[in-house]
Design a protein around this ligand. Structure first.
Ligand code: SIN
Ligand code: CO
Length: 398
């Protein structure tokens, strides 16, 4: 059933990039618990992007990038935040350096496609793919992330060491721009060759050093909201729909005018609790978790009308893709209806369009002839056109 509330992970097909591990073993034994290194997880026929292209992205103002130069002692480590300039790359350096570019999946279709390997995890958890390029001896130092990360070696070799579990009280080195751990207690180390993958759970200390020149690492990061973010963004979302005329009713009086009574507290809790319905939580979370990472994405697709769509269907050529950088997810509501969330908006979906919306949200790419089967009725075609004309979907040759 498409909208089952739970499922049996042991029924999932094995994935070649998890090596000998089944999805069930990976999720039960490692995910969010302990690091694991998978050899030959991916076979790169060619680079997902050329180093020149990566450097080019770092020059763009809408792309988040950093150049970290490791010059001796920690106090001599320099961070230059992007957009970088040609001069930053042309500079002669006799010490190691790393270029890190965030959100590369939002800009490069092949990198976006690479995410298909991680479709065994919920896509709302996905943050981005960061790509780093390092010269021999470079690294960003021992640190921990609050994200789950898959570190995949693209080119060259990198030595990864993993260590202790950290928390917000773990002492950091004195550096005003880098959150580097003061202590690193190595427990395991791995030399990664192209195609090898290391999974590192949140809060686990790790440290990577390029042991070859031209060391390229793809970091696929999975975010998870903090409890504070859950509570504050849910409250903000609910507050937006509420009239200021709605006020707390007095629930009871005590003889002590200085006291906030237990009944007052109970009244406040009832008011809050009444907002926590499956529908309210799903609407808020769908919007919140699909908020775009980059606001200024160029999504100006040519608007298309029904006649043009019919002609694409007739030609039965090409694919329909989710635009790079677009976040989408859906949820089934209690009344059996489906709501699609895209880039922070909620779009209720007519029943005739649900098969199409489910397929594009789960697969991110549909062959035109497969798509044609899903948009046989007017409501589904209209939904497709709305999403296309907003720039969320586009047609391509492959
Ligand atoms: C890197 O690619 O150099 C750093 C990735 C990380 O530690 O998360
Ligand atoms: Co890290």
């Amino acid at each position: 059933m498409s909208h089952a509330t739970g499922f049996d992970i042991s029924s999932l097909a094995p994935l070649s990039h998890l090596g000998d591990l089944s999805v069930a073993e990976f999720i039960t034994d490692y995910w969010q618990q302990k690091p694991v290194c998978i050899r030959n997880a991916v076979s790169f026929q060619e680079a997902l992007l050329e180093v020149d292209e990566l450097a080019g992205l770092a020059l763009e103002s809408e792309v988040e990038s950093r150049l970290i130069e490791n010059d001796g002692d920690i106090k001599d480590w320099r961070v230059t935040h992007g957009p970088l300039t040609e001069g930053d790359f042309n500079k002669e350096r006799d010490f190691p350096w790393t270029l890190l570019v965030q959100g590369v999946d939002c800009f490069v279709p092949q990198v976006h496609d690479f995410l298909a390997k991680f479709r065994f995890l919920p896509s709302w958890r996905l943050d981005d793919i960061m790509v780093s390029y390092a010269t021999k001896g470079a690294g960003v130092g021992a640190h921990y992330d609050r994200y789950d990360v898959f570190l995949i070696q693209g080119e060259g070799q990198r030595l990864w060491q993993v260590g202790q579990t950290c928390n917000e009280n773990s002492p950091l080195m004195a550096h005003d721009q880098l959150s580097l751990l003061d202590q690193f207690h190595m427990t395991q180390e791995f030399i990664l060759n192209p195609g090898d993958m290391l999974y590192v759970p949140p809060l686990i200390a790790h440290k990577g050093v390029a042991v070859s020149d031209a060391c390229v690492t793809y970091s696929v990061g999975f975010r998870s909201p903090s409890h504070a973010e859950v509570l504050s963004t849910f409250a903000d979302d609910r507050g937006m729909d509420m009239s200021a005329d709605l006020r707390l009713k007095d629930c009871g009086f005590t003889t002590n005018s200085g006291e906030i009574s237990a009944l007052d507290i109970e009244g406040l809790m009832t008011l809050m609790r009444d907002q926590i319905t499956p529908e309210n939580v799903a609407q808020w979370f769908g919007k919140h978790s699909t908020e775009p990472k980059h606001n200024g994405l160029d999504m100006a697709e040519e608007a298309m009308d029904l006649i043009e769509l019919e002609s694409i269907i007739k030609d039965a050529y090409g694919v329909l893709r989710v635009s790079e950088g677009v976040r989408l997810a859906y949820t089934w509501q209690g009344d059996g209806g489906l709501t699609l969330f895209v880039q922070g908006d909620a779009l209720p979906c007519p029943p005739e369009a649900t098969a199409f919306v489910e397929a594009i949200s789960n697969q991110w790419l549909l062959e035109v002839d497969e798509m044609a089967q899903l948009v046989k009725n007017d409501a589904a075609k209209a939904m497709l056109l709305i999403l296309h004309n907003q720039g969320y979907l586009y047609f391509a040759d492959e």
